[in-house]
Design a protein around this ligand. Sequence first.
Ligand SMILES: [Zn+2]
Ligand SMILES: [Zn+2]
Length: 555
Amino acid sequence: MNITFYGAARMVTGSCTLLECNNVKMLIDCGLPQGNDEKTLGMEFPFDPEQIDYILLTHAHIDHSGRIPMMIRQGFRGSIHSTTATVDLCSIMLSDSGHIQEMETEWVNRKRIRDGKPPIEPLYTVEDADKAMDYFIGHEYERSFNVAQGIVATFSDAGHILGSSSIRFELTEDGKKRNIIFSGDIGNLDQPIINDPVLLNDADFVVMESTYGDREHPPVAHPSQKVSTEQRASSLATYIEQTFKRGGNVIIPSFAVGRTQEILYLIRHIITHNMIKGIKHIPVYLDSPLAIRATAVFNRNIDGYFDEEAMEIVKKGDNPLRFPSLTMSITSDDSKAINALKESAVIISASGMCEAGRIKHHLKHNLYRKESTVVFCGYQAKGTLGRSILDGAKKVKIFGEPIDVRAEIVKLEGISGHADQKGLIKWISNFTSPLRHVFVVHGDESTARFFAGYLHSHMNLSSWAPKAGQSFDLLSSDFPEAERESVWVTSLEQLKASISNLEESMNSTVGIINRMKEHSKSIIEEEDSKASSRLCGAMDRLMNEIDELNNRWGG
Ligand SMILES: [Zn+2]
Ligand SMILES: [Zn+2]
């Protein structure tokens, strides 16, 4: 009974873990490594896909599912188990990813042919992605099923995106039993549309994500307090109101799956609850074929996936993602027509980081207009167009053309698909069984190690952030302790406390100086010469003491 970490080990993307029991080999997730992780891990599999018997998929995001078509291409012929909504989402996302692979390869090959080099093959094609769908088997939440002899699996809602799950395995090998839970990506509380993560409580081992293991979200997204849809929608409503009053457009670069539907849900709430007084008509354009298809997937997977609030709307016979002023722009002519509009509009388009897709056209037509607003609602990676706009670039290049940035640039807080440190701790604190070991994955190197150390020092858990390629026998009791990490966590916390103490002392010194300055003003007004000489004396003494400190500390 072994576990081997092949991806998202001390990094965030490329999730891929091998679990072996009774000589059955299962992959939990098979994601595409992205950005720097691609360079570290490489795209090729460190195992033979033909030898893998099953894949169990936590959710449809490409960093968890994106190499599945490659598995099929390289000889994998087993079943792929996931929730039914994940199957549905994968059918559009993997095919879109295949399309991107084909386009990128075509682009690379054009250059290779010019350089006299032989062309390369894409990692996989749209056709490979479509073929992969034949291997999927959909499951409902909380319905246990036999994967193979001695292996029972159950999906529980992880509250991260539609259909996302934590997977619990009950393994039996030679009469010995071990339960292991893969957290998947753990969602934030009170996310619009979908349910909160289900809290699990019983396992021997946990493989746990740690994306925000060292950070807390700003208060509005705080997992410990309830945030209403009204609160989430209020800043968006303000941006729309101010922009429409100026006669501009609201441009929302959005991720096609998840974020787009949350924005639609919030805008519907704004409109139906008349949150913007004085503006009766709010035209909204959804201009991304993938986002339109993803929205259709949401509409097909309501039962068992939507939360109570969204279900209330459904029960009334309404659609929580639709409203009369919403237009879906399917063709590129539809898309171009938006730019000819005379009235203000909200335009939601992909990609979320502005690197590709129709959003670039909308930015080109609106960034230079000071009446318009660009609302970012998701993570912007370093080096992307979205990041430079958000970081305050005054000029950007779009389709090779320099464009002045005069539009208002804002970030919508309070929408995050991931639990923060408090949310993660809440999730792991729910376990009542003694945990033999927690493997911390899906976090940057320093974050994953910090979080593993934190679990050890603050919760007395045996924990470790495994490295790519590291393997462990789940029947032995020999696991690396995160002692070194945990000592560092304590030191780091002491260091942070010392910094804030020092800042406090500095602020109170500044406070004394400010009080003296205030006092001097009244002395000047009252022409009180006695008080003046007393204050001069005090100021001189203080100055001497500060000078002494400066000399001693090399200032
Ligand atoms: Zn995810
Ligand atoms: Zn992920």
